[in-house]
Design a protein around this ligand. Structure first.
Ligand code: SF4
Ligand code: SF4
Length: 184
């Protein structure tokens, strides 16, 4: 596991573990590194650090390594880890908090995934539900990859799989209230 930064120094943020616990609610102190989370993780093959390693790195205060890891963006929020953890460590809440912190501090390594995350949530906040066509268009403009999926996009439009206009959820006020509370 890489604990050394680019300048060859190990950086420790002693408050990091406490901050993650307080703000995500994940009781990372309970983790005894049994590996159950990592062994059942369907995205593990694409991660630079496995889920149990991220927990350990958070405990150790390796803030920079955690917030620049690909793991937090490759995580699919499937809940397999949290539901199997013998100590009920909320890894999903932890990953969510790490992603938001990484975004806020401009440290996100997987730019396209980070852009997808931001646009996806932006649409939900705006309409209360997802509008796939605008999600795709915004992501294409953001990543400047304009033409790679045009043929499949046209097919989906023809089959009615993509709606031209977004529909607003009736209880949009409640959805926006959730976002406001989450921001606080
Ligand atoms: S399953 Fe739970 S206790 Fe085991 S390594 Fe993962 S977080 Fe730690
Ligand atoms: S929630 Fe993320 S870390 Fe946990 S098992 Fe699913 S993909 Fe892996």
């Amino acid at each position: 596991m890489q604990y050394i930064n680019k300048e060859g120094r190990t950086e420790i943020d002693r408050r990091f573990g406490e901050q993650v616990k307080e703000e995500s609610g994940a009781e990372i102190d309970r983790c005894y590194q049994c590996l159950t989370c990592s062994l059942g993780c369907p995205s593990a093959f694409a991660m630079d650090y496995l889920p149990h390693q991220i927990v350990r790195m958070v405990q150790l205060g390796l803030r920079q390594e955690v917030l620049t890891s690909s793991t937090i963006w490759v995580c699919a929020d499937c809940q397999a880890c949290a539901s199997r953890c013998p100590n009920e460590v909320d890894l999903v809440g932890m990953m969510d908090f790490l992603r938001e912190t990484s975004l806020r501090e401009g440290l996100a390594k997987e730019r396209a995934v980070a852009d997808f995350h931001r646009i996806f949530l932006g649409n939900i906040e705006r309409w209360g539900r997802q509008h796939e066509l605008s999600l795709i268009i915004k992501l294409k403009l953001k990543t400047r990859d304009l033409f790679s999926d045009v043929p499949s996009g046209i097919k989906m439009l023809k089959k009615g799989k993509l709606k031209l206009l977004p529909e607003r959820f009736k209880e949009i006020k409640n959805v926006r209230d959730i976002f406001r509370r989450a921001e606080k």
